[in-house]
Design a protein around this ligand. Structure first.
Ligand SMILES: *Cc1c(COP(=O)(O)O)cnc(C)c1O
Ligand SMILES: [Zn+2]
Length: 434
């Protein structure tokens, strides 16, 4: 079966050619997913093929996304793919973080090692590949951060015109800086996320712009490779838990789809459980799962310092809910103080991450304390973004001036304040001696 776009709404089930320029089901408005029959090769052949590609010099074969292209068979021609060397991110053992959370061992899959510093690159290389194959010359997204940074990078590399729309005054500086530096036309709009999305949809039709928002099903395809690469790094031995932050829930959707497809292809023999962690102030998915029935009720004023997951109305929730059930997963929330402390602990492992990523470690500690995760459980947490994405947060943390969105001071357990000293060796030596 060649790749198609399939409506995710089971009651609809409509299918469309892979080359149709649509983002949701034209019939029912449901989410779309890329559907195809699994790879035709046996698991052992695939494993060997993927491993051998690492040794090639071609960027396509070395890419941590396109190396696994048998799991992403939506293109007929890979020669136009634009890779910036995405994926290939390390799986890092972190004994300090494990100890803090109450685990014997813990590994971080660090997606901040991507070219633009977040996992969005895994998906964006696929989204941009699809834009090129459709003959589109312009791409756009509405984003408060990493999506725009990533899209701007890949669009520039592909010679596409990029338009980034950001809600006024709602963005971490490192990310906006990237969009500007990569040359995207950036519009700050005085409206909320949903209003801007409606605006951009109108513009997209009018101006022939391909949308690369998180609802784009090709981005989800690329994000599957985070899990595929993780399994390869673990010699195809799945952990018991994969822990990830939940914002728009695209990653939750991608991870679940990847796991189901790996199982069906015989590449893994069982499914890990997904643990999705949300910030307390932006936890509509947590509320939905706790309530036990849908639809999702949006949070009208989502608030968290972890701006990458400050999402009140996550578009991919139906997929995420499906994957949560398929993997016997769960959702947890963590406070701003828990995120801040967990982030500092990750920093002190020499690893570091942006605030949204640290929800994972904060969530693990909470689930461990509740006895849901066992001390000897095999756990991988996905760090979604690079430390330097949000230096303002870090400086505030270490100087004791970090406040919650409602203005409460956050206790900074691991504050590491710079010390002003005179240019005097004796005085500094005395300070160091304690
Ligand atoms: C986008 C993003 C998230 C949220 O991922 P979703 O797929 O929207 O749930 C988390 N962390 C970082 C760093 C991100 O850029
Ligand atoms: Zn439909």
């Amino acid at each position: 079966m060649p790749a198609e776009l399939a409506c995710f709404q089971a009651a609809c089930g409509a299918r469309f050619p892979i080359t149709e320029v649509i983002y949701t089901c034209p019939r029912c408005g449901g989410l779309l997913e890329v559907a195809y029959s699994g790879p035709s090769m046996p698991a052992s052949t695939l494993r060997q093929l993927w491993r051998s590609r690492r040794l090639n010099e071609s960027l396509l074969d070395r890419s941590g996304v396109w190396r696994y292209r048998e799991m992403l068979p939506f293109l007929d021609d890979y020669s136009t793919v634009v890779s910036l060397g995405e994926g290939n991110t390390p799986l890092l053992e972190a004994p300090g973080a494990a100890r803090w959370a109450g685990l014997d061992r813990l590994a971080f899959k660090h997606q901040g090692f991507n070219p633009s510093g977040s996992f969005k690159d895994n998906g964006m290389t696929c989204g941009v590949a699809q834009a090129l194959r459709l003959g589109m010359r312009r791409v756009a997204c509405v984003s408060t951060g990493n999506t725009s940074a990533s899209m701007a990078a890949y669009a520039a590399a592909a010679g596409l015109e990029a338009f980034v729309f950001v809600p006024q005054g709602n963005i971490a500086f490192g990310k906006l800086a990237q969009a500007l530096e990569y040359g995207a036309r950036t519009f700050q709009v005085e409206a909320n996320f949903d209003q801007i999305l409606a605006l951009v949809r109108t513009l997209a039709d009018r101006l022939g712009i391909y949308l690369l928002n998180s609802v784009n099903p090709f981005r989800i395809e690329g994000q599957k490779t985070i899990v595929i690469e993780m399994m390869e790094q673990r010699d195809w031995n799945p952990p018991e838990w994969i822990v990830l932050p939940g914002g728009n829930l695209g990653n939750a959707a991608a991870f679940g789809k990847a796991l189901r497809e790996l199982l069906a292809a015989g590449l893994i023999s069982r499914l890990p459980r997904l643990a999705i962690i949300q910030a307390e102030g932006a936890a509509p998915f947590y509320n939905l799962v706790r309530r036990g029935h849908g639809p999702l009720e949006p949070v009208s004023n989502p608030e968290t310092l972890a701006t990458a997951i400050r999402i009140g109305d996550p578009v991919s929730w139906p997929k995420a809910l499906h994957e949560l059930r398929a993997t016997n997963g769960l959702v947890e929330t963590v406070s701003e103080a828990e995120i801040a402390t967990a982030k500092a602990v990750i920093g002190r492992c020499g690893i570091g991450c942006e605030p949204a990523s640290a929800t994972t470690l904060a969530g693990i500690r909470k689930l461990r304390a509740a006895g849901i995760i066992g001390a000897s459980d095999d756990v991988v947490a996905v760090l979604t973004g690079h430390l330097l994405k949000d230096p303002d947060y870090i400086y505030r943390y270490h100087t004791g001036s970090l406040c919650t969105p409602s203005g409460q001071a956050i206790q900074t357990v691991y504050a590491n304040k710079p010390v002003a000293v005179p240019c005097d060796a004796d005085r500094i030596a005395a300070l160091i001696a304690g």
